[in-house]
Write a protein that binds this ligand. Structure first.
Ligand code: HJL
Ligand code: ZN
Length: 183
């Protein structure tokens, strides 16, 4: 995973920090639960620096992930199904749509639902799609061991970039609903 300041990224570091702290504020809105992480995410047009959609874990009905909520909300606003987000003109044509998420997107879910990695790569079928994913922390090993989310995204041609500086607060927020071991 590249550092946010890697030369490939044309956006200054403080912009990444602003978006990651926005994602962290969203994560804090997620109702704590022992069986998942409280995560926040946003889709951004990096060419205009506009937030296209936001989401947090369990924001939408059902067992929804933050990244999934971002895509579902953008789809709903545009009157298409989630599978067709990649066909929206903005997502299809713009080569600057990026995702910020406090926790690395999932490649596997214990519930068996479609992992966010697949939802993200699906946006690239009809055109440019999501180009880059900025993550605050790698997924811890509590549920899925050695999540291969970043690896799978990179294999699909996306860049995965770590935005440093928020790790402690992101993990504290993500695990707020977990049963703490005594001792
Ligand atoms: C990310 C989320 C979220 C997780 N990860 N990136 N965004 N909740 O919004 C990953 C964790 C899964 C468990 C349980 N969490 O959530 O591995 O019940 O929450 O499908 O594997 O799976 P379900
Ligand atoms: Zn997920």
């Amino acid at each position: 995973m590249a550092a946010a300041s890697a030369p490939k990224s044309p956006t200054p570091d403080h912009i990444h920090a602003t978006h990651m702290s926005h994602a962290l504020r969203l994560a804090k809105l997620s109702p704590p639960k022992p069986t998942n992480y409280c995560v926040g995410a946003l889709l951004v047009s990096s060419t205009t620096n506009t937030v296209l959609s936001t989401g947090y874990t369990l924001e939408l009905p059902g067992n929804t992930h933050a990244e999934q909520c971002c895509l579902l909300k953008l789809a709903a606003e545009s009157g298409v199904s989630e599978e067709r987000v990649g066909e929206l003109e903005l997502v299809r044509k713009e080569a600057g749509v990026v995702l910020y998420t406090t926790v690395e997107p999932c490649a596997e879910r214990l519930s068996g639902q479609t992992p966010c990695v697949e939802r993200i790569t699906e946006t690239r079928k009809a055109g440019a799609g999501i180009q880059r994913v900025y993550v605050g922390v790698k997924e811890p090993d509590t549920f899925v061991k050695a999540n291969s989310g970043a690896q799978r995204l990179e294999a699909a041609g996306l860049e995965v970039v770590h935005v440093p500086g928020f790790e402690d607060e992101i993990l504290k927020t993500a695990t707020a609903g977990h049963v703490k071991e005594k001792g």
